[in-house]
Design a protein. Sequence first.
Length: 237
Amino acid sequence: MNENPDAQAYREKFNAIWNHFQNGYNPAVYDPERAAGFEGRKTSLALAILIKNSEILSQIAEVADTVSRIADVYVMPPDYYHITVKWLGFLTDQKVLECDIETYMLEQILEQAEQIISRIQVFQIRLGRINGLEGYIVLEAEDNGAIAQIQGHFHSEATAIPKYPLEGERWLPHMSIAGVKSKHQLGELKEKIKKIRNIEVGTIEVTHIDLLQAVLKKPYPHCQILQSFPLAPSSSI
């Protein structure tokens, strides 16, 4: 994948995140109770890229095994591995918060998502370099700005789907592999993650984006694909 200015900008942002992780990191810890719901809301919807390639999953498993030996982290299970493209919100019967999506709007959301995604060409994401982002241990996902561009299409074209502040150029594509359960061993956590900082997992070809429903419960959400949207063939194929 040829690096473009977007890719360079994201790498610099992730470098800043890494510097913070090593020098000023004081995260809100992963809370299974919070994972079980948000102000009574239990069903979260997102457009996501699920990791299905067996070779990539095997590589991630090796990283997760290393991380699992670190004290005070909770390692996510393989069926949770995904890269968020666009968080949609919480499915509710009545809209109260900006992030609420009323059930009757779901059909319109599906139509708008399909119209946008069907025009997006197949692209690649390189998974590699481990980092600490808020309360999570993550793998950086280099996509040459593809996800930010997709979010931009949703912002300008999808009237039924809420917009959120940390999207577009501010979004850092990543895949969470573990949550930080406690701050007691942060020094050990930083040191052990530093040893595997530059690990490379591999490159995935994104041919579909899935509508993912996550039912929030302890210790981690239960995810289910509601619909899969194929991307347009790449012009280089």
